[in-house]
Write a protein that binds this ligand. Structure first.
Ligand code: AMP
Length: 114
């Protein structure tokens, strides 16, 4: 998607602090971290939002979560705990319309998030 900022990061057209890449997903640091660990895990395939997942793309959700779990272990926050978040559309707090999973950790999280 030509105007998608995360597609541009995936294509290497704009910089990001990339921490993990495989043929399906890319993970990088959030530009405005909300916690000591705040990574974004995105599928290389462009989907606008989580509600666009269907039977042909649903496995991507598992790959995002599995990558988040592995990165949490590698970053040493698996034991203390972490939060995986996907925002959907405006009321869900989505601001970038390329499906992404937030990995947040390194401090206690509060609920409800507000
Ligand atoms: P969301 O509000 O769930 O759509 O999350 C989008 C996230 O993308 C926000 O936390 C932003 O800080 C982050 N973000 C926006 N642009 C960039 C960028 N160029 N590099 C890294 N993170 C970004």
């Amino acid at each position: 998607m030509p105007d998608c900022i995360f597609c541009k990061i995936i294509a290497g057209q704009i910089p990001a602090k990339i921490v993990y890449e495989d043929p399906v997903v890319l993970a990088f640091h959030d530009l405005q971290p909300q916690a000591p660990v705040h990574l974004l895990i995105v599928p290389k395939q462009h989907l606008d939002r989580v509600s666009d997942l269907d039977e042909t793309t649903a496995l991507l959700a598992g790959q995002l979560v599995a990558t988040g779990n592995r990165l949490a272990r590698e970053l040493g926050i698996a034991q203390s705990g972490y939060r995986l978040v996907i925002n959907c559309n405006s009321d869900g707090g989505q601001s970038v319309y390329h499906l992404h999973l937030h990995l947040l950790g390194g401090r206690p999280m509060h609920w409800p998030p507000g």
